[in-house]
Design a protein around this ligand. Structure first.
Ligand code: BES
Ligand code: ZN
Length: 459
């Protein structure tokens, strides 16, 4: 039976690509309120495809933010149930002038499909829909029970998904969660990810004088809020790249010697990595390798900073305010709540009395490590080997998928992270792309995953 499924995937390559392009044309930017109707349209698009391929109970559930799409196929009694999660929302495409083709005008150049969301995560959601489609059309059934949960707020920290999962525990009951929203270690090197960092995203506002002041008329008599902001930011890290917030590292699980050895054994080309990023030297916390710094150590980054006069020419002012967006990536067992509180306390302590500093909290997500000794991981490993002709490596990643912790805490479910992006796919950046060969190999691997899991004796 699987042979027919694989032939079908192969003969429908072009149609699958066209379908993905239609998905990518919808500008489902979740963080930008004017796109709300587009995000809704995108949810309906996903639901329509789920219905078309034969999933049941397909539902678009509104939230006070963006809708959640659900569909299921439960006609494999005695077989395991997979909860496949993905997201149909995307990051903002700006700066637009750096795109070689429009972010919502999906374009094939060379081996890649370029568009916002191409890998993160529309392309990876689509490859699952197409794999399920091939199974259903060729065999009239699926090898396992499947529940699909595709949300529209992942890129803003999934603010309404926890409540949905809590309220729908029965509906979402399953044996394992499967997610394709991560990257492969390298082209041709399939990978299973067993750890994601968490995140807490903050905003600091520094208010000085009630309006901009003439820097000659008033300079010397009042504190400059942009300078104060810069001083606060500078004080958040020491010269060794360690974060100075008291208590920040208290809950960090240290790397074991075994894990350090396993990470060191991966064929990581540090020079190629540095060159690709366009930097003259890499930087980070003293005492850790690059992979350890990205995957297993917490970080603090200034995402953006705003304040004062930045136009052409010169204007002599003391600005009235400054603002910075600062995020911290977390590792087990740090929690966003505690780290946000420690950050607030520390920034408040650092604030000079001459300005007014306020700290706001945006999105957050918990870090996770997922078990690798489960049969679904074996199924994924076999599936990837079938799809790529090569055994997968086990990796961690630096990015975050907030709901993974919720699936474990609320539903008691482990997650398998079987991603098909590449380190240079430019997710969140201009010219995001999905390698087409990996899109097809991903479809094949997904088809095999459901097949292999159906054979496993879990149930
Ligand atoms: N697909 C990413 C997560 C990811 C990124 C996994 C890189 C592995 C490597 C996901 O769509 C994402 O970007 N998540 C956000 C979550 C945040 C807003 C809470 C992230 O990591 O910034
Ligand atoms: Zn993303």
């Amino acid at each position: 039976m699987i042979d027919r499924v694989l032939v079908s995937i192969d003969t429908h390559r072009d149609a699958s690509l066209e379908g993905l392009k239609a998905f990518l044309r919808i500008p489902s930017v979740s963080t930008h309120p004017p796109h709300k109707p587009d995000v809704l349209r995108c949810a309906e698009f996903v639901a329509a495809e789920m219905r078309r391929i034969g999933l049941r109970q397909v539902e678009v559930t509104p939230t006070t933010g963006h809708p959640i799409v659900y569909g299921e196929w439960l006609d494999a009694p005695g077989k395991p149930t997979v909860l496949m999660y993905g997201h149909y929302d995307v990051q903002p495409p700006e700066p637009l002038d750096l795109w070689d083709s429009g972010p919502f005008d999906p374009t094939v150049r060379g081996d890649n499909l370029y568009a916002r969301g191409a890998t993160d995560d529309k392309g990876q959601v689509w490859l699952h829909l197409k794999a399920l489609d091939a199974h259903l059309t060729q065999t009239g059934r699926l090898p396992v029970n499947v529940k699909l949960l595709i949300e529209g707020e992942e890129e803003i920290g999934s603010p309404h998904l926890d409540a949905y999962v809590r309220a729908n525990q029965d509906r979402l009951r399953a044996d394992v969660v499967l997610i394709s929203d991560t990257t492969m270690f390298d082209y041709d090197q399939p990978s299973i990810c067993y750890g994601l960092r968490g995140l807490v995203y903050m905003e600091i506002e520094v208010q000085g004088p009630s309006k901009d002041l003439h820097s000659g008329g008033f300079g010397g008599s009042v504190a400059n809020p942009v300078q104060a902001l810069a001083e606060i930011l500078t004080a958040l890290k020491d010269p060794d790249g360690r974060i100075t917030i008291p208590g920040f590292y208290d809950d960090v699980q240290p790397l074991t010697p075994e894990e350090r050895a396993a990470l060191a054994a991966l064929p990581f080309d540090e020079d190629a990595y540095r060159t690709r990023l366009g930097v003259s030297a890499l930087a980070g916390e003293t005492g850790y390798s690059t992979l350890e710094r990205i995957w297993a150590r917490p970080t603090l980054e200034v995402n953006g900073i705003l304040g004062g006069f930045t136009g052409e020419g010169s204007k002599t002012i003391i600005p009235s305010r400054g603002m910075a967006k600062v995020s911290m990536r977390l590792v087990p067992d740090q929690t966003p709540d505690r780290i946000a509180a420690l950050f607030e306390e520390h920034v408040t302590r650092l604030a000079p009395p001459t300005v007014t500093v306020t700290v706001k909290r945006h999105s957050s997500g918990k870090p996770v490590l997922t078990p690798t000794d489960q049969s679904a991981v074996q199924a994924a490993a076999h599936a990837l080997e079938r799809g790529f002709g090569k055994k997968p490596v086990f990796i961690r990643e630096g990015g975050s998928i907030p709901v993974v912790a919720t699936f474990r805490e609320v539903l008691g479910l482990p997650t398998v992270l079987m991603g098909f992006g590449l380190p240079d796919c430019d997710a969140h950046a201009p010219n995001e792309k999905f390698n087409l060969k990996n899109f097809y190999r991903g479809m094949v691997s997904a088809a095999w995953f459901y097949e292999e899991l159906g054979k496993s004796s879990d149930k």
